[in-house]
Design a protein around this ligand. Structure first.
Ligand code: ZN
Length: 308
C-alpha cells in the first residue's frame, strides 16, 4: 500500500450538512469524481437522514450508487438510525457511520434521544448489517462525538468517552472515531485520550475527526499522530462552519492536512494540486459560502516534495 495515513473526505456530509442551499446532485458527483481522481481513498458521501428534515441529502441513494462506480474508492455514509442504515445498505455503501455524543445533553439536543437509546439503535444497526450484508462488504463505524468538550456541558469526562468507545466495540463496531465536534480540544488532551482509548479497546482502527473552530485542528492532528492515529476526517475548503460561531471554520481543511502529512513524510496517496483544483466546483456552486485553507491561498513552499 502506498499510503501511511488515510485521509477521509467528509465535506459532502459534515460540510454540506451546514449549508442551507441544496448542492446540485451533478455537482456532488463531480466533487466525488474529482477527489477520487486526485487519489482520495475514502469519501463520506452523504447522510441517510429523513428526506423531510434534510433536503440536502434527499439524493443520498443516487450519490452512493454513483460513488461506488469508482474502483477502489471506499464510500462511507452517515446513518443515524436503523431506517437510514437500511437505505444505505440497499444503496451499496461500504461503511456506515453512527454517532453518539459523550455528553448526554448534546446527544439529546443533536439526535433527540438519550445516549442509551442511541446505543440501542447502534445494536439494531449492527444486527441489520449482519442480516443483509457482512463486515467485509459493509463495515460499521462508531463515532464518539463531543469527545473533547461540549458546547452545553463544557468539559467532558474522559471516562465517559472511553466507556462509550468500549461499548461501541462490544456491540460490534469495526472502526472507532473520536470527534472534537465543537473544536474544544488541544493537542495534549488529544494525545492522552487517543492513547487511553487505544489501550482500552485493543486492536481496532481509531480515526480522528477534528474541527478547526478555535484554530487547533492541525495541531490536534499532530497530537493524534503522536498517539499512533493514522486516519483523519477532513473537509475540502474546511466547509461546514459552526452553528454557534458565525464565520468560524468547519472541519480541518483536507488540502492543508494533506500538505502537512506529506511534508512530515507521511504518504497520503493524494495529489495535492489536483485536490486544490476541486475547490473550483465548490466556488462555482456556492459563491457565497466561505472556503478556508492556507495552501489554496499561499501554495506550497518552494522546494516542497511529497513523501515517498
Ligand atoms: Zn464534524
Amino acid at each position: 500500500m502506498d499510503r501511511d495515513v488515510l485521509v477521509r473526505e467528509v465535506g459532502l456530509r459534515d460540510g454540506l450538512q451546514a449549508v442551507d442551499t441544496f448542492f446540485p446532485t451533478e455537482a456532488k458527483k463531480a466533487w466525488i469524481d474529482s477527489e477520487a481522481a486526485a487519489g482520495v481513498h475514502e469519501i463520506q458521501a452523504c447522510s441517510f437522514v429523513p428526506r423531510s428534515t434534510f433536503e440536502q441529502f434527499s439524493d443520498a441513494s443516487e450519490i452512493v450508487a454513483h460513488a461506488t462506480n469508482h474502483q477502489g474508492l471506499l464510500v462511507s455514509v452517515f446513518t443515524p438510525n436503523v431506517k437510514g442504515a437500511e437505505r444505505a445498505i440497499a444503496a451499496g455503501a461500504h461503511r456506515l457511520g453512527h454517532v453518539t455524543s459523550a455528553s448526554e445533553s448534546h446527544n439529546q439536543n443533536n439526535l433527540r434521544r438519550s445516549v442509551g437509546d442511541s446505543m440501542d439503535d447502534f445494536e439494531r444497526i449492527v444486527a441489520l448489517r449482519n442480516e443483509l450484508s457482512d463486515p467485509e462488504t459493509t463495515s460499521i463505524s462508531g463515532c464518539v462525538a463531543t469527545a473533547f468538550g461540549c458546547t452545553i456541558e463544557g468539559a467532558v469526562d474522559p471516562d465517559a468517552v472511553v466507556r462509550l468507545a468500549s461499548r461501541y466495540v462490544e456491540l460490534g463496531a469495526d472502526e472507532l472515531v473520536l470527534a472534537d465536534t465543537v473544536g474544544y480540544g488541544n493537542p495534549d488532551q488529544v494525545k492522552k485520550l487517543f492513547v487511553r482509548t487505544g489501550a482500552e479497546v485493543g486492536d481496532i482502527p481509531i480515526a480522528a475527526h477534528f474541527h478547526d473552530t478555535r484554530g487547533l485542528g492541525l495541531a490536534n492532528v499532530c497530537g493524534a499522530l503522536d498517539a499512533g492515529v493514522r486516519a483523519f476526517d477532513a473537509s475540502l475548503g474546511g466547509l461546514g462552519g459552526c452553528p454557534f460561531a458565525p464565520g468560524a471554520t468547519g472541519n480541518i481543511v483536507t488540502e492543508d492536512l494533506v500538505f502537512m502529512l506529506e511534508a512530515m513524510g507521511l504518504r497520503t496517496g493524494i495529489d495535492l494540486d489536483a485536490l486544490v483544483a476541486v475547490r473550483d466546483i465548490l466556488e462555482r456552486e456556492m459563491p457565497d459560502e466561505p472556503l478556508h485553507g492556507a495552501i489554496a491561498a499561499a501554495r506550497v513552499p518552494k522546494g516542497f516534495a511529497v513523501a515517498n
